[in-house]
Ligand binder design. Sequence first.
Ligand SMILES: *Cc1c(COP(=O)(O)O)cnc(C)c1O
Ligand code: SF4
Length: 350
Amino acid sequence: MANEPWQQALQESLTAPEQLLDRFDFDPLPLKAVAERYPMRIPSYYLDLIQAVGDPIWRQCVPDLRELDETGLFDPLGEEDLSPTPAVIHRYPDRVIFLASGSCASYCRFCTRKRKVGCSALSMSFRELREGIDYIAATPQIKDVILSGGDPLLLPDSVLGDLLARIQAIPHVEIIRIGSRVPVTLPERITDKLCALLARFEPLYLNTHFNHPREITEQARQACGKLSRAGIPLGNQTVLLRGVNDDPQTMIALFRGLLKIRVKPYYLHQMDLACGTAHFRTPISAGLEILKALRGPVSGLATPHYVIDLPGGKGKVPLLPEYVKRRGEVLEIRTPAGELVEYPDCSLLS
Ligand SMILES: *Cc1c(COP(=O)(O)O)cnc(C)c1O
Ligand code: SF4
């Protein structure tokens, strides 16, 4: 079967640090061991977004020696313990993550599942996918199935269509979500044919993963436009990354830029404790400062929930700057502009 252009582009991606020497002046040798431990893949579209060694795009996709630092947790979210069958992570009663694919268009250096992505450990066999579907079918409280991985949109159209059809056929499943970074790293994957396929499934939500305003290109805008026109509401999950996007001005540009391409910022994730990602971690105060900078000057639509996913599978918890300065019958509340305002609680009025 002839490859589609996006599959061709994927095959031609860079997979070894020394291949970057054509364009950039750096020493790739020490990075070889990193790429052997955690795979590298950079499609030519995403490569073209790098302007200089160490810039925000480089840091997301080029291996870094600090990844060999062993501090951190192997399975930071306790996902292995929440896995009733290899393809499913079931932490919340009404929704599951379905690990549909083991590979991604580009391997993010900060990935929470970096222990597994790009390795055979996350490539589900047809039998494992089938067992995952059987588990969902046998568990009536599951209403929401989130295809993840890896990147589900790296599956060929035929496999993806078959999987979606089997999930949609389960009577108690009300919505399907797809988590995919291809609008950011391989926008040519968002073909008309894919959009026509996805449009058959309703309601289908797609969460993508932009981390920096420079990722919002004309090609990304077109990819998101096609998905929107296929009737798919688009959200975005951003990871707060040191040296990439950990300042309010970058985040404001990112979230405003996303709204312009009809993508709603959904979550801002505190970096979790995954092994090999410590150099990306910021203090919680950096995330709270970003939220403070957004609230007031920038549309509420542009503001995601800032969440920390607690270790051991304890779940996501939202973090908010402290606006309530004093509680009691009369609260003292700090406005985004810094003014203190008193507000009577309803216990006083009754
Ligand atoms: C984040 C997550 C979900 C989805 O959570 P929402 O808040 O509904 O987006 C589901 N299952 C697991 C295991 C998760 O980590
Ligand atoms: S696209 Fe998602 S799953 Fe794949 S490497 Fe990046 S963060 Fe991890």
